[in-house]
Design a protein. Sequence first.
Length: 638
Amino acid sequence: MLLGLALAAAAVAAPPGARGQGAGRAIVLSWDGVVPAEVHALLREGRLPHLGRLIADGALADDVVTAFPSKTAAGHASLWTGAPPRLTGISGNAVPRTPRAQHTMLDFTSGFASTALQAEPLWMAAARAGRRAVIVQATQGWPFEPYVRDGPFGPGQAARLVLFEGYAGILGGDLALTARGAPPRPAEGWVNFPPSFAPPLAITVPAGATTLHGIFIDDPADPTRGYDTLLIARDRDAAQPEARLKPGPSSPGTLDRWSPVLKVAAGGERDAGLYLRLFDLRPDGRDFLLYVTRPVRELSSRPELLPALRAAAGVFVGNGAGRLYEQGAFGRTIPVGGDGTAEQRYLETVRLVHRHLMAATRWVLERLPWDLVFAYTPFPDEAEHLWRGYLEPSLPGHRPEVAERLRPYLAEVYQQCDEFLGLVARLRPSGTVIALVSDHGMEGVDRLVRVNVALQRAGLLTLDAQGRVDLARTRAWYPPASNAYLLLNTRDRRGGIVDADERRAVVAAVRRALEEVRDGGRPLVTAVIDAEVDGAPRGIGGPAGGDVYLDLAPGYDFDARLDAAEVVVPRAPYGAHLFDPLRPTMRTLLVLQGPGVAAGRRLRGVRTIDVAPTLADLLGMPPPRHATGRVLVEALAR
């Protein structure tokens, strides 16, 4: 079947008016949340060799202006379509539901979903032009129906598009189990006990809709004294364990202590899968640390390909254990006096994510017919969120000694991303352009501005007896989606109360309320932008966008809490993004390299909306239908 698809696609003539620049194929790899300053520091240290070679032979932009808000779903939508959020309809990771007349301002939907996307993405434009595109992972790639069946972007392209999706197949959260949540007990109901110097102790392991069973034993073949092994057996038969786990410290570059893929019930025709890692086990069996990844059932527009993909790459993991690390589940972190053990454990979960993504990308590049491939890693974004605040010297209370200890761990995350890029560079066929892209930057923050508290104090937002937004008495609201914009409860929305001739006065009241938000006399809200008046030139607003966009002083982040007493509150440092994309900290990276690209070229004035038109030009095909970005002619070798 794959050979038939390849022959059919090859027989399609190039579209009229195509201006081929010599590139027959392209691979688009997204590193989420790149901080250009960090990249340059690591390049100077020689720690990103693959990126260094790509830059030397290609064109680099290190101050790319992204979408507003500077968030993952919005930034990637603009990368894929060449259009700003006002046209893509992706105004954040969650977006207001449309049409407005049918929804209140409280109704939101996922900005990662294809069903929210209103502008044609590059893979659909490529398929219309007779090219074959494969998505290993990309925002707005799922649900598949708008692309493979007749939809808003024209006739379905099931024969030319192969789309894989992991994040929509996540069926639960990851876990860090200890004796507190899963106390070891005498092993009752088990059969075929293995040899053990100590009585086996049993635990139960929740895994999605399945309960796995485990026993700790003292393996006679292991010189470690005391409990040293965990056997996982679904039916409590120790003679046929599905996993045999040994505790041990995290070693850089290795994943040899992880379980194989364990299947768990997920409903439907296919099981979900997950991994286990026993990070620690006390010799007396009284405590342990067992990490359980999220149960995932991968999705594809070609479901018949999924068994081969899982056989080659294992189960999709999605993200590292950033949430658990931050909560202290892996031990004390460096900022609170840890010795680095928690960071090493977290990095091991990052390596697990990359192992899958790299193996899946390799399988696609080697086994499927393609002209355009989209791949993605959620890093360095996740690690930048965890540590950027501690690395920012301008924040009050900055501790240089903590920053110095954390920086090597962040560097390893970037190095893992660089290994991913190296894999793509090694596997690409001749005549292939590589586009390394990113969606936004990152900024260190350590204080929160609770916008809704300011609106409540100004009488613009009212809560009902249950502490919820009272639509009958609320004129403005900062949604928990936190997209750096307010919504006005206008009458074009269901349940709205603000008349068209009252709108300007409400915006003025919002502006006055936010101008009063200060910290030590310093004004914190640095921009209030009425999207109806000034949104079109900046590509913001629109039916699925915000009404009033905001920006904050450096070091402060938005908070949408309704039940708070104070407007400004401190918190532990972390990394944040979503701010005005013109801020230097929100700028990000683009590297183009391959046929038709000028070598050693430095690019200025680049926006994320320029990427899709430029790639289309390099491939000799028309740009996506709704693209407003320009072709980066200065990057081309003409």
